[in-house]
Design a protein around this ligand. Structure first.
Ligand code: ADP
Length: 482
């Protein structure tokens, strides 16, 4: 089974969110189960620099709207940091820029249209040595791949490859002015309500949702939720019409990167049988952050983008009450400026109890999650969520809202579930009172160390690696090829 994964970022070379983790972890997991997997990526500087043994596959001559300098090429090579073979689009004018990978300088439709166009070209034999049987595109950046493929299939009257489109976050759809459509080189009838048109705009996400043979998203609950007007971001009707081809497959966690038994970022290692190393991680973290050195004070953490989606304003509202009952709190994140400064102010007001680090820091994320007792994920919506899974692996009990992938991965602790399936704390309402009530229940359990340990160990013994998800994706691919 030859599978091409198409995405815009990949860990550890370029990451803005969970998408990069998936892009890095899924190919090796599929390979272990016998698939022949390659990835297609835009040539952002860190990705090009990470490419070894590169050879030129083709000079690119995309549709006329994509004004590429002569000599723009598709490269093929090996990404040692990701252990995967990759096609990389070497288009310096498009991808070698300062700033974030998705900053729009007025040509994002062309930059990411090119990504989809190259995927479709590979399915048509651009590389004479390898041609995918399945093209699997991720998020809006890659969403035109199924559209270009469908256009090629219509004009050539033959099937070229099976297509799968995965929604990692429905809120980011890739919208552009209608006048941009003509520059994409797609057939005119693709600009229609049953195509890419969306309220007078071009919507890239719809390219995936309309034209892919199968649609997946990253948890069964999110797959259901996005079919409702509340969470459908305007696309729920389309998603309902494709319900038979839509499913949810949870993300996994790469145990090479996230396991407290061998995590190279930690002060001490530990596992479910011996948690003493976790106490050392907590002490080291309290010292690093200047928090009161006390093993008996519950320490809650957040590792997150500071975006409205993540519900962290609830944490801001709830924190004074949490500190008042003796809790400590530490946050690592970056995003909306008002939230960054609100968290900073709280830390200044309570230096012994609150620590805030603004920025993106992979090693610190590991130390923070290992050294904390609880990890908070109070999201408004959450397609899958990864940090609650890290929490489960690290004996850091997740306190989460019952939504999306959080609902699918964390089992609430109540008296009757402590000996059953409890792995964390789950609350329903999207308000600070519900979060505080959840935190109270966490505190009550924390004061009963034997029960706390039982719940910790249960989560740590769960398997969240990619074996299961990869099996489900392969099953899906096979249904398209045979
Ligand atoms: P999303 O993709 O919506 O941001 P996920 O929970 O799926 O949320 O994935 C977030 C990923 O980004 C996790 O791997 C998390 O550890 C990481 N992350 C988020 N913020 C930071 C940060 N400030 N520093 C380091 N890692 C971060």
């Amino acid at each position: 089974m030859r599978v091409l994964q198409v995405c815009a970022e990949i860990f550890p070379l370029l990451k803005t969110g969970g998408l990069a983790d998936v892009a890095a972890a899924l190919p090796p997991a599929l390979r272990t189960q016998g698939a022949d997997v390659r990835v297609l990526l835009p040539g952002f500087a860190p990705i090009l620099h990470g490419l070894e043994e590169a050879s030129v596959v083709a000079e690119l001559r995309p549709p006329l709207g994509m004004h590429l300098a002569h000599g723009t090429r598709l490269l093929y090579g090996w990404l040692p940091a990701c252990q995967v073979h990759a096609y990389v689009i070497d288009a310096p004018a498009y991808f070698r820029r300062d700033g974030g990978p998705y900053d729009d300088h007025g040509d994002n439709h062309l930059r990411f249209g090119l990504l989809g166009w190259v995927a479709a070209a590979l399915a048509q034999g651009m590389d004479g040595y390898w041609r995918p049987e399945v093209v699997h595109a991720h998020d809006w950046h890659a969403a035109l791949a199924p559209a270009y493929l469908r256009a090629a299939e219509e004009s050539q009257h033959r099937r070229l490859a099976g297509t799968v489109y995965t929604v990692h976050n429905l809120a980011y759809q890739g919208m552009f002015g209608a006048h941009r459509f003509g520059e994409l080189g797609l057939p005119g009838h693709f600009y229609a309500v049953q195509g890419l048109e969306f309220h007078g705009h071009v919507n890239f996400m719809k390219g995936g949702l309309v034209y892919a043979n199968r649609i997946t998203t990253v948890s069964p609950s999110y797959a259901r939720e996005i079919q409702s007007p509340e969470q459908g971001v305007g696309l729920d009707g389309l998603l309902r019409s494709r319900a038979a081809e839509l499913s949810g497959i949870l993300n996994g966690v790469d145990p090479e990167v996230w396991h407290p038994g061998h995590d190279r970022h930690l002060a001490a290692h530990y596992d479910a049988d011996d948690l003493s190393g976790k106490a050392r991680c907590k002490a080291a973290l309290q010292a690093e952050l200047g928090l009161a050195l006390d093993p008996d004070v519950p320490l809650a953490c957040v590792v997150s983008r500071l975006a409205e989606q993540k519900g962290l304003h609830l944490v801001l509202q709830a924190l004074p009450r949490f500190i008042a009952v003796g809790g400590q709190f530490a946050l690592l994140g970056s995003g909306e400026a008002w939230m960054e400064s609100a968290f900073r102010q709280l830390a200044q007001a309570h230096p012994e109890s609150v620590a805030v680090r603004i920025g993106y820091d992979e090693p610190f994320a590991h130390r923070l999650i290992a050294g904390s007792d609880v990890i908070l994920v109070p999201s408004r919506y959450e397609p899958c969520g990864l940090t609650q899974l890290y929490g489960l692996q690290y004996g850091t009990l997740p306190l989460v809202r019952r939504v999306g992938g959080l609902a699918d991965t964390v089992a609430d602790t109540r008296l009757e579930t402590i000996d059953g399936d409890a792995t964390g704390f789950v609350f329903d309402a999207f308000d600070a009172d519900a979060l505080v009530a959840g935190a109270r229940r966490a505190l009550a359990l924390f004061r009963r160390p034997d029960d706390w340990r039982l719940v910790q160990q249960r989560g740590m013994r769960q398997h969240w690696d990619w074996t299961g998800p990869a099996r489900q994706y392969l099953h899906l691919y096979r249904s398209l090829v045979h």
